[in-house]
Design a protein around this ligand. Structure first.
Ligand code: B12
Ligand code: SF4
Length: 501
């Protein structure tokens, strides 16, 4: 059986920020493709509509989809792309009335009933990780069509009722997913996240899940599992040898969720002298001595979810860290040559204007003292989160809110947010949020411009220079030298500007 796996295009009315999001290979579909290939019984084709539209903005969804032929369709979606996923399903059904349409991904996994009862074109929802369920679905659809024993799916029965099978187990054998040879990274303009310079990069995942329970997070509390160091190293080497890529965005939910494993992987990267640069997301409660090791293994940028500068709110949202830990991780990162970015949010449950002011004060302090980059945005409501539960109770979401119904909130755009995901409202008003975000922009515009100094060029260790000399051609070394000289001059002039102020 052949399945066409589709990633929807991104909505056209996105916030300005969305235009900067880089295209990256659709990892979720690549994992499914790898499982299908491994089954040896079925085939698949990946259609990345986001990429196709980025290449050709005058194409229409209908013109692309009308020619796609398969025995089943699988569509992935985030909450941001849910409406485009639904539009995709409708067009596919129009041209293929009897071909089953399966949906999955972080959006649909938490609102299967909603999707099946509101969108007749969706036949099956895969509620969890899709590797096993997709293969089992293809097996069943190619035989008698009996779906009753497939774990982790919801579907419409022949009587038209929605039926939910039991949850599936999480996928454990992460080393078995070989996705590196699907879709060339050369087709994706992906760069190292957090870097001021466009450094060609590719996204990889070294683990899945996160043991923490942040109220707003769509993947909170999902069991943590990781790949072996050998498997990660061999994927890195594959991209180095086949594509000359030396920079990697590690898309793990929390790269440091298991410090023991992070230490193991960093040591393996150092031992192999891979000479890579990488970006990852972490939390403030990691052992401080892990940070210099990560730097030695090539970590250049990391994101820390700080969320708020108010100790009261930090406690209330059960982040499990304090502001002292945040500051220590930042200080250690900067000292080690890693540039940290701190993510903050406004409009947490119970957050007052005074709490929000504390967030701005903390941001100003971090920028002044450590020259860190900070991002601030209002809290969004995502399906399956604790925040969704609270939003339905406090009226922030109407009680009959459906994730499948059209949703366009123009005022979100005024706050720099995507227009199709509801924001969480509690104590802060729209005008207060707007003022706070304006104040944040003023802080960052005046401070960051002069203070964001590329740490990696000020901290060139001798061992790194030796590794580069060993690995690169003369031409590449000359390019690196030119590039560094340019950044050095920029840095000096930024310092001079700062001193004049
Ligand atoms: C890379 C990334 C981005 C990139 C690019 C994403 C892109 N091109 O789509 C950028 C930086 C642009 C980005 C932006 C945003 N992101 Co983002 N991002 C991620 C990240 C780190 C990795 C996504 C990924 O590849 N996951 C790996 C795959 C394997 O997981 P998966 O998608 O769940 O797939 C499995 C199952 O769901 C299932 N499955 C998936 N699809 C399908 C389809 C079928 C047919 C089947 C059967 C099964 C199935 O099988 C898969 C394998 O087991 C995730 C966090 C994470 N680690 O997952 C956040 C995440 C996806 N982002 C998130 C958010 C909130 C955003 C933003 C809204 C941020 C913002 N505040 O503006 C924007 C929206 C952009 C968007 N396109 O949706 C949330 C999504 C929540 C939600 N309900 O949608 C996540 C989960 C982070 C989080 N912890 O909450 N993001
Ligand atoms: S630490 Fe990050 S990934 Fe884990 S639950 Fe919190 S926000 Fe989600």
């Amino acid at each position: 059986m052949k399945i066409a796996l589709l990633q929807p295009a991104k909505p056209k009315d996105s916030a300005p920020a969305a235009s900067h999001w880089s295209l990256c290979r659709p990892l979720s579909l690549l994992f499914l493709a790898s499982a299908i290939r491994k089954s040896g019984q079925h085939t698949c084709e990946i259609i990345d509509l986001e990429r196709l539209f980025a290449l050709n903005s005058s194409a229409t969804l209908e013109s692309i989809l009308s020619t796609v032929k398969a025995d089943a369709f699988g569509i992935t979606a985030t909450t941001f792309t849910r409406h485009d996923a639904i539009a995709t399903a409708k067009i596919l059904r129009k041209y293929n009335p009897s071909v089953p349409i399966i949906v999955g991904g972080v959006h649909f996994m938490y609102c299967a009933s909603d999707a099946l009862s509101s969108v007749p074109e969706i036949d099956i929802v895969v509620r969890g990780e899709g590797e096993q369920a997709t293969v089992e679905l293809l097996n069943a659809l190619s035989k008698d069509g009996d779906l009753s024993s497939i774990l982790g799916i919801s579907y419409r029965t022949s009587e038209g009722d929605v039926s939910h099978n039991q949850d599936s187990n999480l996928f454990e054998d992460l080393d078995s997913c070989e996705i590196h040879d699907f879709q060339s990274p050369a087709d994706y303009p992906e760069y190292l996240f957090g870097s001021n310079e466009p450094i060609k990069a590719v996204s990889i995942m070294t683990s899945r899940g996160c043991p923490y329970h942040c109220l707003f997070c769509a993947k909170a509390g999902m069991k943590y599992r990781h790949r072996s160091s050998d498997s990660v190293i061999s994927e890195i080497k594959y991209f180095q040898t086949h594509y000359g890529i030396y920079a990697f965005n590690l898309l793990d939910l929390t790269f440091t969720a298991s410090p023991k494993r992070s230490i193991e992987l960093c040591n393996a990267i150092i031992k192999e002298e891979l000479d890579i640069q990488w970006w990852c997301e972490t939390r403030a409660n990691i052992p401080l001595d892990l940070i210099p090791l990560m730097a030695e293994a090539g970590c250049r940028h990391l994101v820390i979810g700080v969320e708020t500068g108010s100790p009261r709110i930090l406690n209330r949202i059960q982040k499990g860290v304090d502001l002292g830990q945040v500051e220590r991780v930042i200080a250690e990162s900067v000292k080690s040559g890693i540039s940290p970015t701190c993510y903050f949010m406004l409009s947490h449950p119970g957050e007052t204007y005074k709490d929000a002011q504390e967030t701005l004060t903390f941001i100003r302090y971090l920028i002044n003292k450590y020259e860190v980059c900070c991002a601030l945005q209002p809290c969004m409501v995502l399906p399956g989160t604790k925040i969704e539960e609270i939003a339905r109770k406090n009226g922030s979401l109407p009680h009959n809110f459906s994730w499948s119904a059209p949703y366009f909130e123009k005022s979100n755009l005024e706050l720099g947010q995507v227009s199709n995901i509801p924001l969480f409202w509690d104590s802060l008003s729209f005008n207060e949020l707007k003022m706070l975000l304006e104040e944040f922009r003023e802080i960052t515009e005046s401070e960051v411009e002069f203070k964001k100094i590329p740490q990696k060029y000020t901290k060139f260790s001798w061992s790194r220079i030796k590794t580069i000399l060993k690995k690169r051609t003369l031409n590449e070394i000359a390019n690196i030298a030119l590039h560094d000289a340019r950044v050095f001059i920029k840095t000096i002039s930024a310092h001079r500007k700062m001193n004049r102020r």
